[in-house]
Design a protein around this ligand. Structure first.
Ligand code: F6P
Length: 323
């Protein structure tokens, strides 16, 4: 391998810049030429590809977002689009690919490898933490910190006004951000897609808390919940418990922004270097991850299909702490 192209794709996540920097620095360390593919697969199709130099990656480790920009490309899902993209890689002589992103982005890398045989490797970059083959994905820790800081602020109003807040957090179909935010912010209840929580049980929980003289309540709702988001749940509860002063806050994209935490910077840096070393050592169509503090390479097909679920213990602990 002589020339590696690196891209970020899908939703941006804090720490993606740190990962790009580590990939490029490792490439230079091993005397490779490094290319930035801008706007993910969309930029690959449109030939938005530039050679990177050391100055391009100076002072990006500490910045949120991704300086390579990101996109969700519909055209790359077509065979036609992928052919165009591959032709552009050939044009630049790129013979190795590092894809930083979530399950959709890694699925793209997997398909691309299968169709054209281009050595490619994935790095898990998503706030959702929903990939197998790694304990943590890049951006998850920062997103949890951001959510918890925001909930702390909401708690001030909840306490001052004796209010019940429903706070919706991101995570797509997974409840990792929600369960962490729930434990970390002493939530009255946490509703996640992986577990059914009948509305009657939530009502009982809130009533029990009122009896125990707990006057401020924060319920965390994962956006992908089967019984609806925070707005739907809040209106159901309003009908059943009309005496509560209820408010809804949807944290939204603020969870994706901001400077990466120490944990995300270090995770991204380790995975960036490992991905380049993996490519050099012939590890293709795999995702670099960290399990029990050790670098592991998991076939992309496995990392995306066996999507991991919130740990039973985490759910149990959240429940114990909220009653
Ligand atoms: O995958 C990251 C994520 O932030 C999810 O948590 C969320 O459901 C989705 O992306 C939002 O996507 P978009 O920024 O395209 O609205």
């Amino acid at each position: 391998i002589k020339r590696i192209g690196v891209l970020t794709s899908g939703g941006d996540a804090p720490g993606m810049n740190a990962a790009i920097r580590a990939v490029v620095r490792a490439g230079f360390f091993y005397n490779l030429e490094m290319y930035g593919i801008y706007r993910g697969y969309e930029g690959m199709i449109q030939d938005d590809i530039k050679k990177l130099e050391s100055k391009n990656i100076a002072h990006i480790l500490e910045r949120g977002g991704t300086f390579l920009k990101s996109a969700r490309s519909a055209e790359f899902r077509t065979e036609e689009g992928r052919k165009k993209a591959f032709a552009n890689l050939l044009k630049h002589g790129i013979d190795g690919l590092v894809v930083i992103g979530g399950d959709g982005s890694l699925t793209g890398a997997h398909l691309f490898f299968k169709e054209f045989g281009i050595p490619s490797i994935g790095i898990p970059g998503t706030i959702d933490n929903d990939l197998s083959g790694t304990d943590l994905t890049i951006g998850f820790d920062t997103a949890c910190n951001t959510a918890i800081q925001a909930i702390d602020k909401i708690r001030d109003t909840a306490t001052s006004h004796d209010r019940l807040f429903f706070v919706e957090v991101m995570g797509r179909d997974a409840g990792f951000i929600a369960i962490n935010a729930g434990i970390g912010s002493a939530a009255a209840a946490t509703l996640i897609p992986e577990k059914k929580m009948p509305i009657e049980r939530l009502v009982e929980r809130l009533k029990a808390r009122t009896k125990a003289m707990k006057t401020s309540n924060i319920v965390i709702v994962a956006e992908g919940g089967k019984s609806g988001g925070a707005t739907e749940i809040a209106s159901k509860i309003k009908k059943l418990l009309p005496y509560y002063d209820i408010k809804v806050t949807i944290l939204g994209h603020l969870q994706r922004g901001g400077a990466p935490s120490s944990l995300d910077r270090v995770l991204a840096s380790k995975l960036g270097v490992s991905a380049v070393e993996g490519l050099i050592n012939g590890k293709y169509d795999v995702m670099a991850g960290i399990i029990n503090n050790k670098i592991v390479f998991t076939p992309i097909a496995k990392a995306i299909i066996g999507s991991k679920e919130v740990d039973e213990d985490d759910f149990r602990i959240a429940k114990i702490l909220s009653t």
